[in-house]
Design a protein around this ligand. Structure first.
Ligand code: IFM
Length: 453
């Protein structure tokens, strides 16, 4: 009798813990989104990445497109490589004081071990152009853009290739350390591993949980090794190095979907948090993947943490969908959900920023709206959500809207328009969108020109 009683209680408790998450929604009618303010020196930035805007890059994405794995390659993209003077002026016109952009590994190291000084000079000139306008250069060293030669030697699948990334990235930092405010080692290690090695959504298009876990581990280890190389070198030790994490909440549609949501959360978030908190990368899913690796310096390898946030998903078993009652966007997997941005800032704060005592930068947040006016509403509400988290003690030092201009959105061009500037991909003409005015108002009201110290 007692056993049965205890078993029943245990069963009820288990069922209780399997409840579908109650999603947080705010009553926007009662919220004054104008009641926000930001501290002095807050970075109001905009972001892009090399392959998405530069044009003329031949890396794994180019090959992927030419093999017919996605609709199109970036081709000339936004021709940003040739138009960066004009684009620096456009950034200044927004009132922004920071610009996050990527460097193209395949330009800097076109063949393994062969470095192109002219490409590095080009990025140095770009930084100078920004700095003279009071805009902080923030560089992403790797944003999904593996050179073909790197992929062909096994890319991040092989632990011995970590040193190839570290050599390339250190070379860039050696060249630009006096000109760059913040360095991001990778754009979202977990997204790169999951999309390239599990979901078949980007090169190399594999579906292998074990490989995905190994790639994730190798990226994180590469981050730590680069961090140490930078800090051990007296000349570059002052560089501020971090990485970024993409949070997308996985919400179970029904209580029995909760195990899938928990599994998704484990793969997408927990392994990374544990790695930085404990120095141990532990990934274990019975019969599917096992990786155990110790990197004791991991907890001391972040000067800051970046956060990318867009939206959340509903999970139906292993399948995902958006929430039908929320405001939809041009991306079938993203709705407008500012409450989730607040939750994500709190989450990164609790798991990384507070335990490791580092500040947070919102390295990406943006929308490809159905109607232009939705972009202003998006910005108002996401700014409000960030301001609320900051008021509650989260040390957020900057916000980078994605993106400066419409660009190549991994497979298509012009269908998902995230830009504050419209780009005509025939003529490359940039035109300010009316919805950018709210971004400008806030940046001009609270932003100050950046000065490199
Ligand atoms: O364009 C991408 C970016 O490269 C990475 N984060 C999400 C953006 C929008 O999909």
């Amino acid at each position: 009798m007692t056993h049965r009683f205890i078993a029943s209680i245990a069963f009820i408790l288990t069922l209780g813990s399997l409840h579908a998450a109650s999603i947080e929604y705010w009553d926007w009618k009662s919220i004054d989104t104008n009641a926000i303010s930001f501290p002095k020196n807050f970075l109001f930035g905009v972001g892009t990445s090399a392959y998405q805007v530069e044009g003329g890059n031949k890396n794994v994405w180019d090959r992927w497109a030419h093999e017919g794995k996605c609709e199109q390659a970036a081709g000339q993209a936004c021709d940003h490589w040739n138009r960066y003077h004009e684009d620096a002026q456009l950034i200044q016109n927004l009132g922004a004081n920071a610009y996050r952009f990527g460097v193209e590994w395949s330009r800097i190291e076109p063949q393994q071990g062969v470095f192109d000084e002219a490409a590095l000079d080009h990025y140095a000139a770009m930084c100078d152009e920004l700095l003279k306008r009071g805009i902080a250069p923030v560089i992403t060293l790797h944003h999904y853009n593996d050179p073909i030669w790197f992929a062909d030697v096994g890319g991040f699948e092989k632990e011995e290739n970590i040193q190839l990334y570290v050599r390339f990235a250190k070379k860039v930092i050696d060249k630009l350390h006096n000109k760059v405010h913040l360095w991001l080692t990778f754009n979202s290690p977990t997204s790169y591993a999951a999309k390239g090695y599990l979901a078949n959504r980007m090169p190399p298009g594999k579906k292998n949980m074990q490989l995905m876990a190994e790639v994730m581990k190798n990226l994180l280890v590469a981050h730590v090794r680069l961090y140490k190389a930078v800090k051990h070198d007296r000349i570059t030790a002052h560089a501020q190095v971090g990485t970024l994490h993409n949070i997308c909440q996985l919400e179970p549609a029904r209580m029995w979907d909760k195990p899938f949501a928990l599994l998704g959360d484990y793969i997408s978030h927990r392994c990374l948090y544990n790695f930085f908190k404990t120095g141990v990368f532990r990934f274990y899913i019975p019969c599917m993947g096992y990786v155990y690796h110790k990197e004791p310096d991991a907890p001391k390898s972040l000067d800051f943490i970046g956060l990318n946030y867009y939206s959340h998903f509903m999970m139906h078993g292993p399948k995902t969908s958006t929430f039908p009652d929320e405001m939809q966007t041009m991306c079938p997997d993203k709705t407008i959900y500012p409450e989730g941005f607040y939750r994500a800032i709190k989450e990164i704060d609790a798991h990384i920023a507070k335990p490791l005592n580092v500040p947070i930068y919102v390295t990406e947040n943006g929308v490809a709206p159905v109607k232009e006016e939705d972009r202003e509403l998006f910005l108002r509400r996401y700014y409000y959500a960030m301001h609320k988290a900051m008021n509650e003690g989260c040390d957020v030092r900057g916000y980078f809207y994605w993106s400066l201009m419409d660009n190549y959105e991994w497979g298509t061009m012009g269908k998902k328009r995230y830009g504050l500037y419209h780009v005509d991909f025939e003529t490359h003409k940039r035109t300010l969108k009316s919805s950018a005015q709210y971004y400008i108002d806030i940046a001009q009201k609270f932003g100050n020109k950046f000065q490199m110290v």
